[in-house]
Design a binder for this molecule. Sequence first.
Ligand code: ADP
Ligand code: MG
Length: 698
Amino acid sequence: MQDLKHTDITYLPGIGPARAKVLREELNIHTWHDLLYYFPFKHIDRSRLYKISELSTDMPFVQVRGQFLSFEEMGVGRKRHLVGHFTDGEMVMDLVWFARFQYITRSIKLHTDYIIFGRPAMFNGRINISHPDVDPADTLLLSKMRMQPYYSLTEKMRRTGFSSRTIEHFTSNLFQHLREPIPETLPQYICDRLHLMPLDTALRCAHYPSTADELSHATMRLKFEELFYIQLSIIRYTRERSQRTRGHVFALVGNLFNTFYRDYLPFPLTNAQKRVIKEMRIDMGSGLQMNRLLQGDVGSGKTLVALMTMLIALDNGFQTCIMAPTEILAEQHLATFTSFLRDMPVRVELLTSTVKGKRRKSVFEGLKSGEVNILIGTHAVIEDNVEFRNLGYVVIDEQHRFGVAQRARLWRKNAVPPHVLVMTATPIPRTLAMTLYGDLSVSVIDELPPGRKPVKTIHLYNNRPDDLYRGMLREIEDGRQVYVVYPLVKESMKIDLQNVEDGFRYFQELFPQYKVGMVHGQMKPAVKDAEMQRFVSGETQILVATTVIEVGVNVPNASVMVIQDAQRFGLSQLHQLRGRVGRGADQSYCILVTGFELARDTRRRIQIMTETNDGFEIAEEDLKLRGPGDLEGTQQSGIAFDLHLANLARDGQLVQLARDTATYVLDNDPEQNLPVNRLLWQQLNELSQGRENWSVIS
Ligand code: ADP
Ligand code: MG
């Protein structure tokens, strides 16, 4: 058997040095193996021939058999085009070209049978097809041509005369050249159990299926394999690491936790809060390091969960710290913690840029001596000069603002790493989480504290300022407060800042009887904090802001979130912003203001927002609309193996199947030495070679 991975494409008839160079440079195809795995992006069913009378503009692609009657050049300048009058014997239709007139009129013979292929469109009330594929009817063997593969090409390739057909010739040539079946890459028992096609069949069918059904079976086998090896690699890595990484043992739940639970809790925990605290207690007592992701929608009460699990650490004689993404939030955590803990014997300290001089020195000393039990801060906490006596547990709030590298710095200085809890309100769809954060255990708070009214979301066009004004006025007169948020995109910072400032003045004039505040990222931290504080205390009724208020700020009295130019925000961001209201007992509103003209995706985003308050549903939709590549954190995670076919957004069920199968394999063959799996470990090691490790989040 030829070694496909080491057979150069030039060993294939029809591929000379020039074409090989193009394939290498444009498509990264070097070997026979690469060519086999360059899959068509679609197939066209060429088994069906249409009559011109049947054509309509909602058909994707059609083919018609017939003859050209005549050609005619029409229009002038840039509108110049060539029209071919084409008949199927019953009706006549126009085929249109905007370039290469000479070539076409010279190469096509009149009154000869051709099969033309393209997308029907309507022009001047008549069906036409522009730039159709034209094939002589006799060379196109329809019996062999049922599902025709279409390969994508780069612009440069088109210019050098490549077409999808060219690649088609290469792949069909390649399959003819392979004398033996392509070697299998999955153990037989897995293929049998899951009814997967053998690799050889799957590859052939992925390029040249005879039916749509066959194509989907082939695709499913290939996607499964991609996902399976990723999951196998993640799970193997996670298991190896957890065996390696011993953790502090928090053996007891002691005085502080119990006293707090019994005497200090102002309200009963939700069942979800109880469940996740229990999950973490088990982790922390296991002797292995905890690495857990806590997901919970905005307002679900993650802070309290953090505090209570931190008390467990204190009960076991350790220090803890919590890191927030902004100083405002760190301060808010301090306020929350001190009000929850009241007179309990716990020393809580804040470490931000505003903590200076003597105070700062005393915090440092307290950390070193162990007198400070809980440290609250921002990135400053992981600066090198911060020394703990015995840091046992770290909570990272709203993790997506923290880089992976920063997180890693946290425990390099300790011999035994602290337990880590990463909290996020950005819901990560499960299937994506399995891959991106596959090495973290996941806890979910899927229940809001009782008595919350879901936020009502309303879409308003920007030509109805009176409606907006009346709505805001009603709420403010009732004693509530209003956020007005403007988008701020880096590139066009100046214009956007202008918008915020204009908005600020506009609302000042509109509501002269009330106080309006403004915060944005360009302000000095102290000024920003002061403005924020004025809103928190209720001194200002309206806060005009950029997305600096997106994460975590808690003003229960605010009942309206107005989002200007809502079309410019992503779904997750809109959901985050909406989460700033609806934190009190009153009905709250989120007003999405946009212009009339909206792209289809935007309309869909707005629609989703008005239809659901469920963060997970929104995240799934977001993933579908944007694809996983755009999701925060995806970039830095660096998916180890290339995905040719599988799509984490769309192939959720397959991800699950792949994960279950990988778990099964590792459970049965923990030593990785069973003969039935030999092929599989070999394959995995080959795939992992030279790749970054899966230490996505360590
Ligand atoms: P998030 O999960 O977004 O960080 P917070 O921790 O800020 O949410 O909690 C939102 C609000 O809900 C806070 O005011 C908090 O005190 C309150 N809260 C938390 N848990 C409960 C509960 N079990 N019952 C009632 N209110 C709760
Ligand atoms: Mg929070």
